[in-house]
Write a protein that binds this ligand. Structure first.
Ligand code: NAI
Ligand code: HPV
Length: 387
């Protein structure tokens, strides 16, 4: 039985994909697999039973990736599975920041008992007039799963789109409209664009990336949309730029006591991925990744271990080894197998930074003594008999 613990609600259409070999009611302490959305895991212990964490979503800043790698816990996410939901939220907020639909709606609420509301509407409406987004310039920072969808949709809505992503993948580049102006200096976006939307992960290198220097380059009336993570924007200084009018509106999906009380900030309670479709897509992708890892040892879409795939095991046994990416580990693993007269029928190995992963298909079931021997090799982190 494989014990699964859900730290957040995970859509049932995903959980339903687990077979009777999985117990989805496990406690965190007993879990072999953890499914999570935004719950913070940095202060949680990683038990020896734990082999995988699947983030049903994109951002993994709530998970201690390095400690997990060190403990042989493979962390997965679900790239692109909630991107359309975020794209739609960005488009909606761009419109809300341009036309005062929220103010207008509030006016109707406040005047709902006025018998003459139909007449007073025509007088009141000028207070809520706005601007159109067509013809305006949108800067998209980060052209991954979400950024590319936002950029392409904005082109369709008649905007002039600038895109910036120094690490743009080939797949993302192929999906991007040719009409998107790809800039290599992000300052061009800060200087030129009326709307700026950010879609990069929260990393040490991206924290505070939209700060004083960026605000100083912007035009008056710039709209900034942050449906990525609060730490990307320097929220200690943005209030000053909202007051001066340099920034017209700061849309954030990550309210905190500062922004929730900030005039000119339009805050939402982390709704970007909260669509039924996104929740289903993420749950299905997460469970499929976990099942392939548990049942076959294959790794796809990990954020702390390399991709590695040997398909479905056709031999007597398969062993998976999480190890350090250092010399001689693989030769010691293969020698241990040879010494026990176990033949390696096929093998896959891949590395990612300091960590590596090996899958070995064997002609017979290895004794527990061989597994103990593998686990004691210097540099080996975790050994799992998959089959
Ligand atoms: N509000 C919400 O509910 C959601 C928020 N997010 C946030 O959005 C972020 C992006 O999500 P995806 O597009 O799915 O991820 P992704 O991994 O597909 O794209 C991120 C892109 O950022 C680029 N990038 C990294 N550093 C950069 C830098 N310094 N400057 C410019 N580009 C840089 C990468 O090359 C990559 O193309 C997530 O990491 C997460 O924090 C994601 C989903 C839902
Ligand atoms: O996927 C992401 O990065 C998100 O921010 C979505 O978070 P959630 O799954 O809605 O808690």
């Amino acid at each position: 039985m494989v014990n699964v613990h859900c730290l957040n609600n995970i859509a049932s259409c995903g959980l339903d994909l687990f077979t009777a070999d999985y117990n989805t009611e496990s406690s965190y302490e007993d879990a072999n697999v953890v499914l999570v959305r935004s719950a913070k895991m940095h202060d949680l212990d990683l038990s020896n039973n734990l082999v995988a964490i699947a983030r049903a979503g994109a951002g993994v800043n709530n998970i201690p990736l390095e400690s997990c790698a060190e403990a042989g816990v493979v962390v997965f996410n679900t790239p692109g599975a909630n991107a359309n939901a975020v794209k739609e939220q960005v488009l909606a907020t761009m419109l809300l920041a341009s036309r005062d639909l929220i103010g207008g709606n509030k006016w109707v609420e406040d005047n709902k008992d006025d018998a003459d509301i139909a007449k007073s509407t025509e007088k009141a409406k000028k207070a809520f007039a706005g601007r159109e987004i067509a013809g305006k310039k949108l800067g998209v920072i980060g052209l991954g799963a979400i950024g590319q969808l936002v950029a392409n949709a904005a082109i369709s809505l008649g905007m002039e789109v600038y895109g910036y992503d120094p690490y743009l993948s080939v797949a993302a580049a192929l999906n991007l409209s040719r009409e998107v102006k790809h800039v290599i200096d992000v300052n061009e976006i800060y200087k030129e664009c009326n709307y700026i939307t950010v879609h990069v992960p929260a990393l040490d290198s991206t924290k505070g990336m939209i700060g004083k220097e960026a605000f100083e380059l912007m035009q008056d009336g710039t709209v900034i949309i942050n449906c990525a993570r609060d730490v990307l924007v320097d929220e200690d200084v943005i209030g000053d730029y909202l007051k001066s009018g340099r920034v017209k509106c700061y849309v954030t999906d990550f309210p905190n006591p500062k922004t929730a009380n900030m005039e000119g900030a339009l805050c939402f309670p982390h709704l970007g991925a909260s669509s039924a479709e996104a929740e289903d897509n993420c749950a299905i992708m997460a469970v499929n990744e976990v099942r392939d890892f548990i049942e076959n040892g294959n790794i796809k879409n990990s954020v702390n271990y390399p991709a590695c795939n040997l398909g479905v095991c056709a031999t007597e046994s398969r062993v998976a080894v999480c190890h350090k990416n250092v010399p001689a580990v693989i030769s010691k693993i293969t020698s241990a197998m040879g010494g026990a007269n176990v033949n390696i029928e096929s093998m896959a190995n891949a590395s990612r930074g300091e960590y590596a992963y090996s899958l070995l298909d064997l002609d017979k079931q290895p004794d527990t003594s061989i597994i103990t021997e593998l686990a004691s090799i210097d540099g080996v982190i975790k050994v799992r008999v998959v089959k």
